[in-house]
Ligand binder design. Structure first.
Ligand code: NCD
Length: 308
């Protein structure tokens, strides 16, 4: 398989495509750990165009690029600092950066922005989050983490809790995990933050089972993976509404006692209050290990789209 751009997890139509990238990421991890990384990106320039805040995505793409010997052009805070503030379109910005770099990693508040960029781009576009829609590179390293920690990608009960409406990482993760057999999803959210219909339709089309509930207790005995999410403050027009929803679910040691002994707790991070810091020392808390895996998976993605 060869993807020119990485815009959506829908581009992965079978599990083999996912496994191919994960295997490459595994090789990257081994090479980083042995201190012998092939300088595949030597002479290449990766442009990070970020129109929304980021810590992990921007820095881990930076780390991945530097480890592979490439160079990086960075535009942080693009809404304010770039010509977009003067009215330049995504298309024009993309065409310009085509002349400066070999690949673009883009994060933008608008759903569909990466697809718009890809339509006018000769160089690969990697979607690092388009509004409340998708975050495919995050999902790939979430899947990488599940495989590494649980030893399998099938026969899992996967609970997702929090903001399933705007939490783009959950959308991309369900899309990838539903390519593997016998996984069941539990969507835990307040009514206002339920999983959008189009992602539930995707699961139905793949005959993947799911249940929706507002109560976290529902998944205590069943969940193998618990994927907590932050309520996406930036997507609310009313701060009152956000305040009402933000503490809907808080995972603390009291709840940890009731979860499966081998449950895996993931979170794309940043966390606000949805996982108490007391949970961090529990071996089941996988979120910091998950963030580390981001570098290896992003190394693999860069090499893949650049055909290296
Ligand atoms: C996520 C995002 O940007 O969607 N962050 C990340 O890339 N790890 C999750 C979030 O912001 O809540």
């Amino acid at each position: 398989m060869k993807l020119k751009h990485l815009i959506s997890t829908r581009q992965f139509t079978n599990s083999g495509m996912v496994l191919e990238l994960l295997d490459l990421a595994k090789k990257m991890e081994a090479s980083v750990k042995s201190g012998k990384v092939k300088q595949s990106l030597k002479g290449k320039i990766i442009a990070c165009l970020f129109f929304e805040p980021s810590t992990r995505s921007r820095l881990s793409f930076g780390s991945a690029t530097l480890r592979l010997g490439g160079g990086m052009l960075e535009m942080e805070n693009g809404v304010v600092s770039s010509s977009v503030s003067k009215g330049e379109t995504i298309e024009d910005t993309t065409k310009i950066v085509n002349g400066y770099a070999d690949c673009i990693v883009m994060r933008h508040p608008e759903a569909g922005s990466a697809e718009r960029a890809a339509k006018v781009s000769d160089i690969p576009i990697i979607n690092a989050g388009d509004g409340g829609n998708e975050h495919p590179t995050q999902a790939l390293y979430d899947v990488y983490t599940i495989r590494k920690e649980k030893g399998r990608l099938s026969n899992l009960n996967i609970a997702m809790a929090g903001d399933l409406m705007y939490g783009r990482t959950t959308h991309s993760l369900l899309s990838l995990m539903s390519l593997f057999p016998n996984n069941k999803f539990y969507f835990v959210s307040p009514e206002r933050l339920k999983m959008p219909q189009k992602f539930k339709d995707l699961l139905k089309s793949r005959n993947t089972a799911f249940e929706e509930t507002a109560k976290l207790e529902t998944i205590f005995d069943t969940a193998d993976v618990i994927y907590m999410t932050r309520v996406q403050k930036e997507r609310f027009s009313s701060s009152k509404e956000y305040e009402k929803l933000k503490d809907a679910y808080i995972l603390d040691n009291k709840i940890m006692k009731r979860l499966k002994k081998d449950a895996l707790i993931l979170h794309p991070l940043p966390r606000v209050s949805e996982i108490s810091s007391e949970v961090d020392s529990d071996p089941r808390a996988g979120y910091f290990r998950q963030a580390r895996n981001g570098v290896f998976v992003r190394m693999a993605i860069l090499c893949h789209v650049l055909g290296l």
